[in-house]
Design a protein around this ligand. Sequence first.
Ligand SMILES: [Zn+2]
Length: 530
Amino acid sequence: MRTLIAAALAAASLIPGAAQAAADPALKQEVAAAVEAQRKQIQVMVDEIYSFAEPGFQEVKTSEYLAGILEKNGFTIVRGVAGVPTAFTATWGTGGPKIALGSDIDGLLGVSQVPGVAEVKPLTEGAPGHGEGHNSGMPLMVAAALAAKQVMTKHGLQGRLMLWPGVAEELLATKAYYVRAGMFKDVDASIFAHVNTGFGTGWGDLGLTGMISVEYEWKGKTAHSAGMPWEGRSALDGVELMDVMWNFRREHLPLTQRSHDVITNGGGQPNVVPDKASSWYYFRDKDFASLRNLYEVGNQISEASALATGTTVSRKVLGFAAPNYGNKPLAEALYANIETVGVPQWSAADQAFAKAVQVKNHLKVAPLPDKVAPLSTPDLRGDASFGGSDDIGDVMWTVPTVTIGYPANIPNVIFHHATAAMAMATPIAHKGTVVGAKAVAMTILDLVTTPQIITEAKTWMKDVQLKDQKYDPLIAATDMPAIDRNARTMAQIRPAMQPSYYDPKKYDSYLQQLGIDYEASGRETSGAGS
Ligand SMILES: [Zn+2]
């Protein structure tokens, strides 16, 4: 979904964050230094998860790797939470506020990419890849949590940390279930991290749509398509009619909606009338009420198509995402720390590689950022709508939540595409993850030393965010996480991917293991112009 927060950040302009009480600056310097001391380990984690490249619900290696690191560092792990095998919670601490720290971990089908080269080149042909950068978010949170734990222990600060991975975010398929399972019920504040090309945060309605993902299945009757077609009832006709009817109806839907579908089963062969067929829809709109209306129109049309074709139709919800709403007091506290940390010190090789990726892939040329993004506020964004969705929305309507965007990717790359993977196991990703971890670690200290921020965050959520809308997830009690998704794909492709897993004991970096000359990758095109 990523262009969205990038766009949200870009749409904003300069407004200083409100001054507020915060942790002692010396304590914050100490925690930032504790992150800095993990720079090597951050590189290893980012590279390792890049090499695992597991799609939604199949993040087996990634999940075990992260939980293992946290377990070794004194966190209590609960695996398989909310009925999702690759989900876990990792908790540490006693007393004080409970702070949730999360980020997504899934890759995307078909975007395998050799890192550190500026042209499309699969690492494993046909395999998934990190074509958005979800390999960096949990390493950021792990580093921030370990640094905070160290400083909190030393200074006897009370507080509880709970890390959790966003499983199958690209399918928008788990966070509503996490909320339903009560994962956040005693959480006081939540910080979420998402890879970005800028460094910033925002609050209010972030302009990301709410979404429901639903697969419809039609059932008919087979028959010889030429010999006795009158005996058949085509399930594929149901699929096609719904598509046509939805597109006629689209003209009369609110302009705020987005909807799209793919046919997931169109039948077997032409001379057998298909008795089973299915299509998968994403319905999106800006608020809960509009989303519910849109979903109901979709369901009515599916039933109309079944009636017209003499078939029956059923539906299965595969995911849900609430509209995104950032908490103001938390965003202001986080933003003050983002400003203190500042953007990474990019090397000439980093800038050259970024430019090479942009030039060779015909993208708009822009340097890696030299300053933090402005705090993104409703006034500055106006009515901007960014189309896509992020299921962190479900957490945002449950507990005060803020998303940090950190500069680990190259400006203007195409997300969900190989160009967005090229930098994600290079120094650009490593440095962006380090600054993000510092800002989060400093914010954790603000929250554990300054209860006033949490009180204000909760009050603001109640009085402003929940004033006109309340959380309305469209998942029914019988809907369950679609944990079998991508299982067959991974069973086939995983053996081909295994030889490329990063071995940090043998190689200083993943680039070194793959024999990539990062500096040369940038040099080749420097001077190629824009
Ligand atoms: Zn994402």
